[in-house]
Design a protein around this ligand. Structure first.
Ligand SMILES: Nc1ncnc2c1ncn2[C@@H]1O[C@H](COP(=O)(O)OP(=O)(O)OP(=O)(O)O)[C@@H](O)[C@H]1O
Length: 602
């Protein structure tokens, strides 16, 4: 392992960067002229607000057009506590301002649980407009009497206040850095890509959205509080909906979920109007410039920060590939490493892995069936997609679920997974009746599923993704073991560069890491080559004993089904045509007739 990838270095480097930024901030606070210092504080406050926007829009993919309203909440609370001469001083007021804005963020985020896209944009913009009107009426506490906000004692001059604002920015950036790498951060990226995919791994979509709104708004509140300390008498004109819109455009254009780009956005926020002023152009034209940059970003489908990173990664990958070729020519690199794929270890080689112990324990117990389904019925209008389906999946087994197109296989997975609330019938997982439990609750009970469509968020690394899906603490060795078992690329790989077929394998690996009681696989081999089909089949056949779980495999490839499944259930027009040991089911004349139409094909 390279030094840069070791845990201490990975933990410490953000603090080192923050320390360097603080030292640079101090040098600038001493060296810059008074006017530039004022502008610099404005850039810092804007950067913190944009950092927050990066979470809600960049990471979690929701349109929020009221970031400066959250800033106004922070400024208002700081002004109020200043007038009340509340204990703790400015730093405490700033934190309280951020917390208050976070609470307001949760309230504004509530509609986001139901609304998406333009509708959510309209709601947040409407909120910004309403807050603007209210603010003009009620004004900031102390503004009518001209009571200036008391800055922190040691940072009362403009220069030292700039230094203080840099410290606040560094702290906010560190918090965002670690949040982005936490389960919350992964949940934001997951929910932006697929809400169903997020719920299916046991992560509440509601929590993911509301935490994104709360953290984003709290950062907005801190930014507003800081601005209040800068101007000392804040006014509503600093927090208009138009400015919120411009800030949103800057966040989208720069790629504000990347911390450096949020800082860059803050600089642009100040630089563009300042340059226009120097060139004798009205500063309001700055909004037009931001608008043009935003349109460019939206039409190109990427943003500045991501574009630069993609270019960098491409060149780094090319350099690494060239180095591997050279090493291979010199005879120093094994083939598997060259391909960037860890070779799957043989079962014998991995016999002492944690998964095997787990399996042995589970096998030893006389476990109830992994899944018992009785009279499961799902209707879409007049169509009964599932009509009284009953089946049992024994513990530690692989059951194949097959049937012609439209037979009801995916509907079965959706219904068992809790995605179809109108489903009737009884479903028991490991003896526990699931009743009306949500998909998230079912996933937490040990029911996992994969999807026919790609639900793997490309913005994560494989490591972050599989840990998120696992939903429990897993060691690096466990992650590497499961990835290697399914022939996936190494944990460090970014998912952006991974093809769809391999992403399906990674989805399977992540769900296996969750140690579920039952895993429903909906055509996991789609997009894989023939060799990969065969390899996946061998691993799935081994998985129950190795990981102590049961699998329901939906697959059209009968060779794969034959090689993996001990039992089969055949669906046709939403009914069970046959169910039992593989040989018996495949020899059933009704199955042959309905499923394939020709005896020879079975
Ligand atoms: N949301 C829906 N609304 C209405 N009809 C639906 C819906 N989802 C599925 N169906 C219908 O239910 C039936 C079963 O569909 P389902 O997708 O479960 O079949 P399947 O066996 O998974 O097919 P395939 O092998 O093509 O994936 C089909 O007739 C389908 O058109």
């Amino acid at each position: 392992m390279r030094l840069a990838e070791s845990r201490p270095v990975r933990m410490l480097w953000p603090f080192a960067v923050a320390a360097v930024a603080i030292v640079a901030g101090y040098a600038l606070s001493v060296g810059l002229d008074g006017y530039t210092v004022f502008l610099a504080v404005s850039a810092v406050t804007a950067a913190i607000a944009i950092l927050g926007l990066g979470i809600v829009t960049g990471s979690a993919g929701m349109i929020a057009l009221c970031q400066l309203t959250f800033a106004a909440v922070g400024a208002w609370i700081v002004s109020l506590l200043n007038v009340l001469e509340a204990p703790g001083g400015f730093v405490v007021w700033l934190v309280l301002g951020g917390l208050a804005a976070g609470v307001v963020g949760v309230l504004v985020g509530l509609p986001a649980l139901r609304l998406r896209g333009v509708n959510l944009a309209v709601v947040t913009l409407g909120f910004a407009a309403a807050a603007d009107v209210t603010l003009v009426q009620i004004q900031f506490p102390g503004s009518k009497d001209g009571i200036p906000i008391a800055r922190p004692e040691s940072f009362s001059s403009d220069r030292s206040y700039f230094f203080f604002s840099i410290i606040v920015l560094a702290v906010c950036a560190l918090i965002v850095f670690f949040l982005q790498r936490s389960r919350w951060g992964s949940s934001w990226k997951a929910v932006a890509f697929s809400e169903r995919g997020t719920a299916a791994v046991g992560q509440s979509v509601r929590t993911a959205k509301l935490t994104a709104f709360a953290v984003s708004a709290a950062l907005g509140g801190v930014s507003g509080g800081l601005l209040a300390g800068q101007v000392q008498l804040p006014f509503a004109s600093s927090f208009t909906p138009l400015q919120s819109l411009a800030l949103y455009v800057l966040a989208v254009m720069s790629g504000a979920y990347l911390i450096d780009m949020a800082v860059f956005g803050g600089l642009l926020w100040v630089l563009v109007p300042e340059l226009l002023k120097r060139w004798g152009v009205p500063q309001d034209w700055g909004f037009v410039v931001f608008g043009v940059l935003g349109v460019q970003a939206l039409t190109s489908g990427t943003n500045l920060g991501q574009g630069i990173r993609n270019l960098w990664w491409k060149r780094a990958d090319a350099r690494a590939a060239a180095a591997r070729v050279t090493a291979r020519r010199d005879g120093t690199t094994p083939l598997a490493e060259e391909a960037g794929v860890d070779a799957a270890p043989s079962p014998a080689a991995t016999a002492s892995s944690p998964g095997v112990d787990l399996a042995a324990d589970r096998l030893a117990a006389s476990a109830p069936p992994a899944l018992e389904v009785e009279h499961l019925t799902v209707r879409f209008g007049a169509l009964a997609a599932l009509d009284g389906v009953s089946l049992t999946v024994p513990a530690n087994s692989v059951m194949g679920l097959i049937g012609p197109n439209g037979a009801g296989k995916s509907t079965f997975v959706d219904a068992i997974g809790g995605f179809l609330p109108n489903a009737e019938g009884t479903v028991r997982l490991g003896g526990t009746e699931l009743g009306r439990r949500s998909p998230t609750a079912r996933a937490r009970l040990g029911l996992r599923r994969t999807f026919q469509q790609d639900r793997v968020p490309p913005t994560l690394t494989i490591d972050a993704y599989v840990r998120f899906v696992a939903g429990r603490r897993v060691s690096a060795a466990e992650v590497d073991d499961v990835l290697a078992f399914f022939g996936c690329p190494s944990a460090r790989t970014r998912l952006t560069g991974v093809d769809v077929g391999t992403r399906r394998l990674i989805e399977v690996a992540g769900n296996v890491l969750a140690a579920p009681k039952l895993l429903l696989l909906d055509e996991p081999a789609a997009g894989l080559s023939h060799e990969e089909h065969v390899a996946l089949g061998a691993r799935l056949a081994e998985a129950p004993a190795r990981f102590g779980m049961s699998i329901v495999l939906i697959e059209h490839d009968l060779d794969l089904v034959r090689s993996v499944c001990s039992s089969l259930t055949v669906l046709d027009f939403g009914r069970v045509l046959a169910s039992g040991p593989q040989d018996e089911v495949l020899a059933d004349p009704d199955v042959i007739k309905a499923y394939m139409g020709e005896t020879e094909m079975l």
